[in-house]
Design a protein around this ligand. Sequence first.
Ligand code: SF4
Length: 332
Amino acid sequence: MENMYLGIDIGSVSINVIAIDEENEIIFKSYCRNSGEPVEIVKSVLEELQEKIKNKYKVNGVGVTGSGRQLIGYILGADVVKNEITAHATATIHYQPDVSTIFEIGGQDSKLIIVRDGIVTDFAMNTVCAAGTGSFLDHQAQRLGIEIEEFGKLALKAEKDVRIAGRCTVFAESDMISKQQYGFTKAEIIKGLSEALVRNYFNNLVRGKKIKPVYVFQGGVAANAGIKAALEKEVDDEVIIPGDYNVMGAIGIAMIARNHIHKNRIETNFKGFTVTKDSFNTDSFTCNGCPNMCEVIKVKANGKTIAMTGDRCNKWSNSVQNDDKMLGNTGA
Ligand code: SF4
């Protein structure tokens, strides 16, 4: 059987699963909305993957990234658990080695990653302000009664420029209504909203940072032609969108897992596809051991506690047998 490496990105909006072979070629790709049950979604995608690969490939490494990475990492026995910046940058640098600036805009958060000579030198993340993420557009598309898929294309049809005050969603809404009353078309307003999102992104993330070409734009919002055009106008240069723009984090973490296994000449910790048959549940409690009062999260598999996390002093996580081995392999 040939080797494959799994990359799983657990985001708040989507859950992406990628499998690559030894040549970093993608042999499986899945993009699912995160409906709030990440464990069940990952289990069902792994079942689909197992069915697809049959006996042709075996899992030789697993990497997990995204905001829900710790829990899924524990459950699967991930070899590497790393933040999204590292994962995204790894994939982008692989496909576009001369990249200098990565714009990543997702449904609920956005990132700026600065790369010099193939190495991440700076980054910024926005997880708080909705006005610089895809949810800003989703919300306004709903208000205007336009399918989000049509939003970007419509923006390109605008004949005039109109500035929408988009510092926050509330201002944007009232400004949009008044611009409609002045007679601007939907296409022009959408173009104005796309430019407002890009301005917000620049105000929140780019600020004084020095950015330069080659620019790459990825994340779910990269499908929106209006935002691509607004970004190109802002930087006055071409912005490249990679083919797999919406799963770059999963691709990157799969590549990192592959490198980790090869470099350290180790075997994977992957617990096997039987995890899809296990039943998992999580609960939490507040530790009163000291004034930190940590919220400790407990993960159970088939009724047995397999991991605890969230304790700042590791008092609880160290109490779980076999946990040390796994924690030793996890990164920030
Ligand atoms: S887990 Fe540790 S740091 Fe957190 S409250 Fe308990 S004793 Fe304090």
